[in-house]
Design a protein around this ligand. Structure first.
Ligand SMILES: Cc1ncc(COP(=O)(O)O)c(C=O)c1O
Length: 483
């Protein structure tokens, strides 16, 4: 349909406008001034009030405590009941510098390659890979860095699994004149030298995690200096570093309510873009690590489902078989980090002790899932599926061959599940318009693709008995005492 419209417009008398070119290339573009002026806050539409973060003594973490760790404005945003939270102009300018609004693209070539009927089954994706560091992570990195600078801090500590988050925060902090200390999960530190250099170019100080420079890291490092690490351990190291370095705060790239809020620029732009071409998605999908890119795309659309306006809308989060927190975890109270220093939150979790195997999708190796996404899953407003990594790499390669972009290994998960969902619709003679988040590019993930080409990729499903064991140790929180 996009092609047909474009053909009608093209004639010798008509100059080629930006719009007609974008239609020819199946891309829907917006102007800089269409960058949203406010983030969308899903809280007023949720089936329950969000749960507070709590401490081990069964009391809610206070505003003062959370503000010592995170930028004060972000802690305030997390408690907001307003539907929209204004985006400061400076952040919008930096979003523009980072190529927002990002294009929306129809995957015509992919549809053709998998053999679905393109009149009935349409696949659209939001191009978050166009950000300078390669993923959606800049959307919250810029915001957190801006608010940290406003309150006069010296710098941020953080963790990174895929290297995408560390790169995004290092870039935002260097633009803002702040320092960055990054704990990079050792498996990703070893596999992605390109990401290391990128962070160093932005001036970041880098440590493979577990490291020997924090008390938390030493516990793991001394037993095994080659410990592959996990996001839970790296988070604990970064939190410890922030608490012991005056002038520093800690920045997290996923899971928290305010991170999800910042990511909603993705969904808000997508709504405008779909409207512009007269389409409406029926299925919305994203890969799930902590849940931020999925939430960023889906939350503005969730409003229609939560208000009953479009009950039929389907939402699917996609996880690796090696770390299926939403699919096989328990909805309960758990620590956000492996050292059990961070506050306890209500979420789907495999247990803070869970050390996932070293699959290539480092950004999806987190033991829990964002509380807001977990709540929606618990109320059956969305579902989750899990996929093996060989299948995801094959999906990524097909994407590259057909649409030209090599996806991040994390993004490959959603692409594999999108193909499954499209084929299911084809088989069931359904009409289906899928919108998914192309969360990042994979030009620094070549190690994973190389392993695949060498025939050495292993599919690993974390055994149920090990998952049960990791889940035996949840903190005994009694929510009746504070709700
Ligand atoms: C490209 C990409 N996609 C997805 C994720 C998963 O994180 P989240 O669920 O917070 O979007 C990551 C995390 O590092 C990532 O780098």
């Amino acid at each position: 349909m996009l092609f047909k419209k474009a053909e009608q417009k093209q004639s010798l008398e008509q100059p080629i406008t930006l719009e007609s070119v974008s239609e020819l290339s199946n891309r829907v573009l917006l102007d800089n001034n269409q960058i949203p002026k406010a983030w969308f806050n899903i809280v007023p539409y949720l089936p329950e009030k969000p749960y507070p973060a709590v401490l081990a003594d069964n009391t809610p973490a206070t505003f003062e405590m959370l503000s010592q760790l995170f930028p004060i404005e972000c802690v305030k945003q997390a408690g907001s009941q307003e539907e929209f939270v204004l985006i400061p102009q400076k952040i919008r300018e930096l979003y523009a510098l980072c190529n927002r609004p990002t294009p929306l693209q129809r995957a015509f070539q992919l549809e053709k390659a998998i053999g679905v009927d393109s009149d009935r089954i349409k696949i659209f994706f939001k191009c978050e890979f166009v950000s300078p560091t390669g993923s959606h992570k800049t959307n919250t990195a810029i915001a957190q860095s801006y608010y940290g600078k406003q309150e006069g801090i010296k710098g941020f500590t953080t963790e990174t699994g895929a290297g995408q988050w560390g790169s995004a925060l290092s870039m935002a902090n260097s633009m803002m004149g702040l320092e960055t200390k990054v704990f990079q999960v050792r498996a990703s530190y070893n596999d992605k030298p390109g990401r290391r250099v990128m962070m160093q170019n932005f001036g970041a100080e880098l440590h493979p995690s577990p490291s020997d420079i924090t008390k938390t890291g030493q516990k793991f490092y001394q037993k095994n200096p080659k410990h592959p690490g996990s996001l839970g351990i790296a988070i604990a190291e970064a939190v410890e570093m922030a608490m012991t370095n005056p002038g520093y705060k800690y920045s997290l790239g996923s899971v928290l309510d305010f991170v999800l809020l910042h990511q909603t620029v993705i969904g808000l732009e997508a709504q405008l873009q779909m409207e512009k071409i007269g389409e409406q998605p029926s299925v919305i999908m994203g890969s799930i690590g902590g849940g931020s890119n999925f939430a960023g795309l889906s939350f503005p659309f969730f409003k229609e489902k939560l208000t009953g306006e479009r009950d039929e809308l389907e939402f699917i989060g996609v996880e690796p078989c090696a770390c299926p927190s939403l699919t096989k975890g328990k909805y309960t109270w758990d620590y956000g980090d492996s050292a059990k220093m961070a506050p306890i939150i209500k979420m789907y979790s495999l247990g803070a002790n869970f050390i996932p195997p070293t699959v290539h999708a480092g950004g999806l190796r987190y033991h829990g899932a964002a509380p807001l996404v977990s709540m929606l899953k618990n109320h059956s407003f969305m579902k989750s599926v899990m996929v093996h990594q060989t299948k995801t790499i094959e999906a990524g390669i097909l994407m590259a061959k057909t649409e030209g972009i090599l996806p991040a290994v994390e993004t490959n998960h959603v692409i594999a599940a999108v193909i499954d969902r499209a084929l299911e619709a084809q088989e069931n003679h359904q009409k289906c318009t899928i919108l998914f988040n192309f969360s990042g590019h994979g030009y620094f993930d070549t190690h994973a693709y190389q392993i695949y080409h060498e025939g050495k990729m292993i599919d690993y499903e974390y055994p149920d008995k090990d998952i049960q064991k990791a889940m035996e140790d949840f903190p005994p929180i009694d929510e009746n005492k504070f709700l």
